[in-house]
Design a protein around this ligand. Sequence first.
Ligand code: SAH
Ligand code: SF4
Ligand code: F3S
Length: 486
Amino acid sequence: MDNLISELEILREPEGEACETFHVTKDHSTGNNRKLYIESYGCQMNFSDSEIVASILQKNGFDTTSDITEADVVFLNTCSIRDKAEQTVRHRLMHIHGLKKHKPEMLVGVLGCMAERLKSKLLEEEKIVDLVAGPDAYRDLPNLIAQVDDGNKAVNTFLSREETYGDIEPVRLNSNGVTAFISIMRGCDNMCSFCVVPFTRGRERSRDPESIVAEARQLFDNGFREVTLLGQNVDSYKWSADENNKARLEKVGLTNVVTFAHLLERVALVHPDLRVRFSTSHPKDITDEVLHTMARHDNICKFIHLPLQSGSTRVLGLMERGYSREWYLGKVQRIKEILGDECALSSDMIAGFCSETEEEHQETLTLMDEVKYDFAYMFYYSERPGTLAAKKYKDDISDAVKKRRLEEIIVKQRQHAVLRNQQEVGKVHRILVEGNSKRSADFLQGRNSANKVFVFPREHFQKGQYVNVLAEDCTGGTLVGKAVDY
Ligand code: SAH
Ligand code: SF4
Ligand code: F3S
């Protein structure tokens, strides 16, 4: 058993923001004659956007391929969140430059957040880039490709206040056929001082709830059993048939406004066997109404990604996060009151933000001790040009100190992850089967409501089924068990 666990641990891929990993589109043939290859970096929003890009281009003569050498068009859907993410893409562009020597007619384009941040600089500096399109310009791609076909370079980095791609049915390219992402809003109005997203993704706007519910229903009818509602700050989702503009909504005080809690409920009502997840919640915006909605519906998963960033009230102030240490802890308390301890919590942490003292770093560690997160994404601060922090504060913590603080955070999180999983051993969990375990086809893999990964012997069970599994052993990343009658 120990051996199985350690191998599973190594093989488990991180989820969510994973700028160091990327997805490649799978082959999807509909008889079109040109081939599109896309690599996606960054967060789930980007992966979800690539499916929209594939859908738009499928209607314009392109099928997708997973083999870059047979592609007519190569797109990198890029991320700017940290410098390392941008460097990864730059290295990849250099590699593609090598390939293009053998196939000069191959069109190379940069999409996503780096496109927005660097705009036409990419065309000038990286001579191999033919096309640059920001996150709101994907409807224009057929036209941009035509411009390149005519021998020109093409760029569109216009950021829209309305675009939600609500009417576009994504081509599910990297799907396991069981779980899918649904984008419910775009952009972000928060302006956390460290963050480049408001500059790369533009103003916040929400997608028509009818199109979201219809997409969830269609996914269920096609055999999917879990949807994750995606947005940079899902709790500020707001939509009215009269005016889909948050600022104006607040001003004119329109009634019949659909909030995130309403939307969550409507998606949960699509079918009791359709699990609903959502990400990301902002601690300052998640409401009791959302928590009560989660409590009312068994199929809304008991898992909240509630990024903390820092445990120090002073640092949170510099970050413009809009809450203090105490306020955050109060929110965690409220979650426990309404949803109980089985609601799992995860977080994002930034080590070594501008002027962070040793004591303030310790406050992050002590807050982690209080909450004991089930899971966390952990980073050291990376200054992003143009952000408030870059303009106002000095990036004055040395790399060595940033890395040491990050390591301390990671060590603590590892202990908590094991502890939290150990609490689940001996209990029976309802697992949605997502497919084979990565190590062996004799084992299946799935998750419980709290987003914990389980592995158990296949027996006669199938992908897409719910199975009751008794947890028998665990590491920080995986629980191992066996199916039981319940
Ligand atoms: N909208 C989400 C986060 C999107 S970015 C939210 O508000 O939680 C994902 C994570 O990347 C952030 O939560 C933060 O922890 C990290 N991040 C963002 N900018 C960063 C930077 N400049 N340096 C290091 N980490 C950063
Ligand atoms: Fe960035 Fe803050 Fe918006 Fe998240 S909420 S995307 S961290 S500005
Ligand atoms: Fe990266 Fe853009 Fe997402 S910066 S994290 S791909 S919103």
